[in-house]
Structure formats: structure tokens, C-alpha cells
Design a protein around this ligand. Structure first.
Ligand code: NAD
Length: 396
């Protein structure tokens, strides 16, 4: 059986932020804006607020998502939502703001704490508050996914919660909002979207519709991410990336992510590496590890990226894909864990917990080659000082 879940409405196009007032008004009488301090400082929250005012919709705001979201951010935002009696939530920002807002929307109507719902141990019984998700990065695709990722500050685990109740009611994808992203954010979030698409395509849970979404996302990301990185004002590139990230989100939300994301979350939780960067640090090494179990699918991706590979064998095309990904990482100046500054002794101490947490998230079990704990530990060490410009080492 295949299943495809998405928000019931996706509003897309240049300037569509202007729709937020009318869209939100259809759902409630007072909105909570959830965002971060950067969005506040560069005036994006004020623009959103102005559109709500013009639509005659009162609002309150919580703009404290000052890092990737934690259970503390969720609690603070919930307090504002409850005390201000808001009945519709608007997330504007990167995946961090959107994920925090998703948790607020479900926890306004459901009992317990957000961490109770990890890994399907408990299902959201009540309908969440309606959520309007407006991304300002082209990366996570969170605006169209049934996923939220919240850091548990007690255990230092990035909790991945995936349930239909987390789907936004409306996604507003306005590519102009991404123009202000600095190159480092453009690179990290763009590679995050690439990981979503590649992982969805090779996932054991991939299906025909997610395949179409994933492959078209990969084609666009490889064609336009470098342009968006080199010139943030390139509106065509920003537009292609915004749609690609959304498609990649739809793909992975329905087919699941695999080993890169499973291993990436513990790096983010323990060493505070931004999500897209930690994915990028792992992508080439994990592809090398996985290659022999997914040669045909990796060859399809390779030939989309480089049509001249049509005459080589699938194995050669899969090898070439790894090289293409490494070249992209070089062009986007992606650091490895060592050059990012992760202390080797701290890393060595944490790596066993990281492998345990990666496996516990469930994502690695969707990888074409399902790793053991020891293989994950070895992969972490391999990726720690991965050189994007050397030849790959075989993982057997
Ligand atoms: P982010 O939201 O953490 O933003 C990164 C930085 O870029 C922040 O400082 C932010 O203020 C800034 N920024 C965002 N948009 C900007 C803009 N237009 N102009 C200038 N600065 C801007 O980064 P992200 O990669 O979008 O989100 C990462 C989070 O999303 C992680 O917690 C990750 O686990 C999660 N995630 C969620 C899903 C999902 O489906 N729910 C999928 C992937 C990742």
C-alpha cells in the first residue's frame, strides 16, 4: 500500500507572503506568529504582522527560536499561545521555526509533552490548531512534511516525531523570502534538500510518486544550488530551489529519510552543527557505504545529474555520483567535522552514544544497506575528517 500525505493547500509564487492574512483568517480569530530573532531583525516578522493587520486578524508573537528548536522553545511558545488565547499558528522562518510551531500546534490540543510522541509510542488523539507554514530557507521542506524535530535538552537527543497531525494546514512558499539567506545558509539548507531527495529515492519505503518528486528535486538542486549560493539575488535560482526543497520534503515525508539523517541528528544535538551542514558532512561517506546495495537507483540519479553517463555501467555511474556529490560539497565549501572544529576527544567519547541514538531514530533501517552499530561508529570516524578531494575508500 502506498500513501501520500501533504498539506491540503500549498500557495506558491513570488510575493505570496501577502496571502497570509486571508489564509489565516479562514482558520481562526487570533494568530500566534512563531519565528526567530533573525527574522525579527530583518523585518520579516513585521511584514507578516502587517499583512495580518490588513486582514483584520489580531496576533501575538513568539520569536525566541534562537537555535534549532528545543523542548524549552516549545514550552515558552505554548505559554504565549495559551495566555494570548490564539487559535491559529503561523510559522515564518527556517525549519527551526516551522518545527517549533508544529509542536505548539499539536501540544495546544493534546496531553503530555512533545517528547511523549517520539517513535509513535503515543499518537496525537486530538486535532491540532491549524498551522500555516512559511519557509524562509530552501531546505528542510518542513512546510509540507508530517515531521517535527525537537531537541530534548535533558538527554541531548534530537527527537524525530512523524505523524499526520504535524502536517501544516497551509504552506505558503514565497521564494523571495529566501533571497536574504547568506551563502552559508543557502549551502547548508540546499544540501539538506539534496539529502532528502536522494534518501527518499533510495529508501526502502520509496514509491512511484515519491520517486517522481525526488528525481525532479535532485535535477533542480544540482542545476541551481551553486547559482543561488554564488549570487543570492539570482531570483530564478532561488525560485527553483524553493520548489525543489518543497518537492524533496514531500518525497521524504512519504518515503522516509535513511542513514544520512539518522546519523546527522546526533551530530546536531551534541555538537550544535546546523542540520544541513551535518548532513553534508555525512552524505559522500554514507553514499560510499551504501553504494553496492543501491547501484541501480544511484545510477539513475547519476544520469539525471550528468546525462553523459548514459553509456557507462550502473556501477561506474554510481561511482560518478559520489564524485559529483563531493564536487558539490567542495564548491559549497562544506567543512568536515574536524575543520568545523569538533574536538576529537569529545567526538571519540560521544561516538558510541551517537551510533545508539542514530539507530534508535529508526531512519537507518530504511537505508538500502542497513548498518550495524559498529558500522555506524566506523562511518562516523570515517566522515570526521573526510577529504572531499581524495578518492573514496571502499567500505567493503
Ligand atoms: P534554521 O531554521 O535553523 O535557520 C538557520 C539560520 O538561518 C538561522 O539563523 C535563521 O535565522 C537564518 N535564516 C533563515 N532564513 C533566513 C533568511 N531568509 N535570511 C536570512 N537568514 C535566514 O535552518 P533550517 O535548515 O531551515 O532548519 C533546520 C531545522 O529543521 C533543524 O532543526 C532540522 O532538524 C529541522 N528539519 C526539519 C524537517 C522537517 O520535516 N520537519 C526536515 C529537515 C530538517
Amino acid at each position: 500500500m502506498y500513501e501520500l500525505l501533504m498539506p491540503s493547500r500549498v500557495v506558491y509564487g513570488r510575493g505570496t507572503l501577502g496571502e497570509v492574512g486571508q489564509q489565516a483568517k479562514a482558520f481562526g480569530i487570533k494568530a500566534l506568529i512563531v519565528s526567530d530573532p533573525v527574522m525579527e531583525n530583518i523585518g520579516v516578522v513585521a511584514r507578516c504582522a502587517q499583512y495580518l493587520q490588513e486582514a483584520g486578524l489580531p496576533f501575538a508573537k513568539y520569536t525566541g527560536v534562537d537555535s534549532e528548536p528545543t523542548d524549552v522553545h516549545v514550552k515558552e511558545a505554548l505559554d504565549v499561545c495559551r495566555s494570548e488565547r490564539c487559535d491559529v499558528v503561523i510559522a515564518i522562518g527556517g525549519g527551526s521555526s516551522i518545527d517549533a510551531a508544529k509542536a505548539v500546534a499539536v501540544m495546544m490540543t493534546n496531553e503530555g509533552e512533545i517528547g511523549d510522541y517520539v517513535g509513535n509510542q503515543k499518537r496525537f488523539a486530538e486535532k491540532p490548531l491549524p498551522l500555516i507554514a512559511i519557509p524562509t530557507t530552501a531546505g528542510t521542506g518542513s512546510e509540507v512534511t508530517k515531521v517535527t524535530v525537537i531537541i530534548n535538552t535533558k538527554t541531548d537527543v534530537k527527537m524525530m516525531i512523524s505523524q499526520p497531525a504535524l502536517l501544516p494546514a497551509v504552506a505558503i512558499v514565497d521564494p523571495l523570502l529566501t533571497v536574504s539567506c547568506p551563502p552559508s545558509v543557502t549551502a547548508a539548507t540546499g544540501v539538506d534538500a539534496l539529502c532528502h531527495a536522494i534518501e527518499a529515492y533510495i529508501s526502502r519505503r520509496a514509491h512511484p510518486v515519491t520517486d517522481v518528486l525526488a528525481l525532479s528535486a535532485i535535477e533542480a538542486i544540482v542545476g541551481y544550488l551553486r547559482r543561488a549560493y554564488e549570487n543570492g539575488q539570482d531570483i530564478e535560482a532561488r525560485e527553483k530551489m524553493a520548489v525543489a526543497a518543497m518537492k524533496a520534503g514531500m518525497a521524504f515525508s512519504n518515503a522516509s529519510v535513511t542513514l544520512v539523517h539518522g546519523m546527522s541528528r546526533p551530530i546536531g544535538a551534541l555538537f550544535h552543527v546546523p542540520h544541513g551542514v551535518s548532513n553534508a558532512m555525512l552524505l559522500p561517506g554514507v553514499l560510499e557505504f551504501t553504494k553496492d546495495s543501491a547501484i541501480e537507483r544511484l545510477a539513475v540519479i547519476a544520469r539525471i545529474i550528468k546525462p553523459s553517463l548514459k553509456d557507462v555501467s550502473d556501477a561506474e555511474a554510481a561511482d560518478a555520483l559520489v564524485e559529483e556529490v563531493k564536487q558539490l560539497c567542495r564548491d559549497l565549501r562544506i567543512p568536515n567535522m574536524k575543520t568545523w572544529g569538533i574536538d576529537k576527544a569529545a567526538f571519540d567519547k560521544a561516538v558510541d552514544k551517537m551510533a545508539t541514538d542514530a539507530l534508535a531514530s529508526g531512519s537507518p533501517s530504511n537505508n538500502p544497506k542497513v548498518p550495524t552499530h559498529e558500522e555506524i561508529v566506523a562511518l562516523y570516524h570515517y566522515c570526521y575528517d573526510y577529504q572531499y578531494d581524495t578518492n573514496p575508500i571502499s567500505h567493503g
